[in-house]
Ligand binder design. Structure first.
Ligand code: 9D3
Length: 247
């Protein structure tokens, strides 16, 4: 997959270029990443990319021309839909990530200041995406959130291929609890089933925990997910066991 990112802070993307799974994806060629800085497309000696808002008020607005030139170069080099990371966008979720991961290339537009001149958005942007209902200072961290989530979906990227299968096994559910050594910590034991070597019992315990935790903590997720017969039985078992612990 090829990603072209338009940003006035290209250095922030060192985080994905030099660390973790995104670094490995770049090294292996599963991912190509290019950065386009609108400041490099200015023509005035101040290299201005922002200006005061018509109508007044606090803050600055990103100007059309430097952004348009940067986007034009990005599109020519990579191609693909232009996605604007924006608080006004539709909320990002895993279904959207999976759909976007099928694209060969995308252009990501990260804004700063109060936002971008609306006419640039109307003429150059295909879609707007938010990462959630809270405020960050610009579109760069949201773009990196999107990049990391996309890269996890690319074939051959996950170091441990079991993780991809585990993701689909528990799709739409919270994770089950994880344990590693030591076997006893401050009097707390590892659930004995995990030491049993019985792989079907372990699978069923994990699925039961995932269902139970989702039921307790994120009933909204459970309402959206169909349960098969085994899952239904495991969740009922979880509820009964919780009832017994209570009384
Ligand atoms: C009072 C109006 N604010 C909009 C909610 C101003 C404003 C806040 C933050 C304007 C731009 C920004 C910068 N944020 C992003 O560019 C952004 C973002 C976010 O803040 N939250 C969740 N997703 C995203 S995607 C891009």
């Amino acid at each position: 997959m090829r990603l072209d990112v338009v940003t006035i802070f290209p250095g922030m993307f060192d985080a994905v270029r030099y660390w973790g799974m995104t670094r490995r994806a770049l090294e292996s060629g599963s991912l190509e990443l290019a950065l386009w800085d609108p400041r490099e497309f200015t023509e005035d000696s101040y290299r201005r990319v922002d200006d005061r808002p018509y109508g007044g008020g606090p803050g600055m607005v990103m100007m059309i021309e430097p952004l348009r030139r940067a986007l034009t170069s990005a599109r020519a080099a990579g191609g693909g839909k232009v996605l604007h990371l924006s608080p006004q966008g539709g909320k990002l979720d895993q279904a959207r990530i999976k759909a976007l991961a099928n694209q060969d290339s995308l252009v990501l537009l990260s804004g700063r200041y109060e936002g971008i001149d609306e006419r640039l958005i109307e003429t150059e942007v295909d879609d707007e995406i938010s990462i959630g209902d809270y405020v960050v200072a610009g579109g760069e961290l949201p773009a990196m959130v999107l990049i990391e989530a996309l890269v996890r979906q690319l074939p051959g990227v996950l170091g441990n291929d079991g993780s991809a299968a585990a993701d689909s096994f528990s799709d739409g559910l919270l994770d089950w609890p994880h344990y590693t050594r030591p076997e006893v910590y401050r009097g707390g034991n590892v659930p004995p089933v995990l030491l049993s070597g019985n792989h079907d019992e372990i699978r069923r315990w994990r699925l039961k925990q995932a269902l139970g935790r989702t039921w307790m903590r994120r009933p909204d997720l459970l309402a959206k997910r169909k349960l098969n017969k085994e899952e239904h039985q495991l969740l009922e078992q979880y509820k009964r066991e919780r009832e017994e612990r209570e009384s």
